[in-house]
Ligand binder design. Sequence first.
Ligand SMILES: [Zn+2]
Length: 350
Amino acid sequence: MINLKFLSYIAALLVVFAATPAVADHFRIRDCPDSAQADLNWAVNFINRHLDSILATQSILNTRYQASIKDDWPDTTIDCAKPSRNSCEDGANAFHAGANIVHLCWDNIMNRSGWNRCSVVRTILHEKAHEARAPIADTHEWTDLEGRNDPVYRFGESVFVYCDRVAGLAAAGTFDSLGLEPLGATAELPLGDYCEEDNQCQSNECRRGKCVCNDNGDCPAGYRCKTGGLNECIKIEGEIGEVCNRNSDCETAQCDRDICVCDTDQHCRDFFPGSDWRCRRGGQNACVRTNLPDGERCHVDGDCASGQCRGVGDGRTCRPTGLPNGARCEKNGDCASGQCRGIGSGRTCR
Ligand SMILES: [Zn+2]
């Protein structure tokens, strides 16, 4: 496990080196309080996932502005630092002061009553519309009636409506549903959230910009961490033949060499209903069929109801016992008389 982890770490380093141009320009969240990380990471992740749909389903900004927002988004810096002169003191939620930076006034945002994570998505994309130089009313900063109805504000509102609708329709507990979370609810990031460093994740494992599991304890009940690649939580089915980590992962309470195996004959009958199965013990326990009728393929005598598995290789089948005199036979035990006589395929009970 250590080796795998180490190798994937090296692999990750190589990827970073290969993909980073001389002047690295990439998405970052800068100087924002720890208490903002979970909300911001969710908002960024939501925009990553939905930006195309958000732009395609609104009718306020034309394709030129849409293209600009799309192009600039991946290199955006979200910045919560307060420059010496800033709009935060005037009560703004955010401002754009040139470059590809969204300045957030996080303290002000936290003080808005009723705001949720979708409100943050709205604020961020409102600023991106400014950066794309979408038209604004003269009174944009005053947010009077005219100001609040200019394209940038209306675009922001359409973003919120989109986010609110998606979050409201999403199943509880899924990523999208978290848009309705009030701000500052959780300090650490759940699995799947956007991250840049391991310590931003509850699991302390950030890979390819996403919080992933580090061990089984990071996964919800009934799931295990499949390490070594993308570190995904995968559902433990617990049925015979499924991968497992511990006995309790298995319905049979038997995890042998990472595979759920049978412990009793009943386990096999439950798993393969409608036939006679038994649990073959020894080595790695396995379900095998038993009491096979005459003519069925078999491996050993014990597979057959008759106790007679005859033939060669894959062609072995269950044969009847107690054959009357004159019937074809292979071995003495096939015959009621105990006497199988003759040559080759011409052998008969005598
Ligand atoms: Zn604005």
